[in-house]
Design a protein around this ligand. Sequence first.
Ligand SMILES: [Zn+2]
Length: 240
Amino acid sequence: MVDYTIEHWTTGQTDLNGENSLAISISINNRAATRQAIINHVRQSGMNFIERSNWAAHKNRSQRMRDDWDYTKIAIHHAGRSFNCGPAALQLQDIQDMQMNRGVDAMDDIGYHYALDCFGNVFEGRGIRFKGENVSHYNTGVIGIVLLENLSSSDEGYDSVTAIRKFLHRMGFDPTPSVPEIQRQSIAKFINILCDFFHINTLGGHREFPGQSGEGKICPGNVGLTLVGELRKTTGLSAP
Ligand SMILES: [Zn+2]
């Protein structure tokens, strides 16, 4: 019983409650407190944190969503080949719309837990108490973070989008993307914050998790993957 308690205790709860006697069973309130403590840490670290209600997220289908909590892994995504740095609230609304309204594959909310825009701001996706839907076969115990731009080079992929991008690249358009420095700093800080709250041991780009298909085989792009490799070095986290 005691071991169970310690394993499920996080610094966020310690900060807020002090008493570990409350940790025997983690209630929804503890999780809500941890969510808020993460937000507070982000803001104390000098970054903006935008909660779901402030980017006008649609209501989720929470009655169908499953809980998750003992996170050990972080998956990094890019928004996709059709995205550029832009207004994050609109991008998140688009992503949520697309993901919640795609027929048999429809999700119950945006699939990612957090998003970072090109200006280093951190956005809340689905609540951290809910299991993510962003990595095929690996969602349990995985915190999903999306970087709100395209981080793939023009030659990635094998479809008509790639053919057009290759052509544009040769013509001098569609330059290879780079991660804005402010966003690079924010994601490094944010991962460190998450490591303070959960026993994270693994950091991977989406496609590094085995068995991905479709856009998941490209995500988070060559540029995104280079960033993930650098972050693994500075954090000491392992590859999937
Ligand atoms: Zn992805």
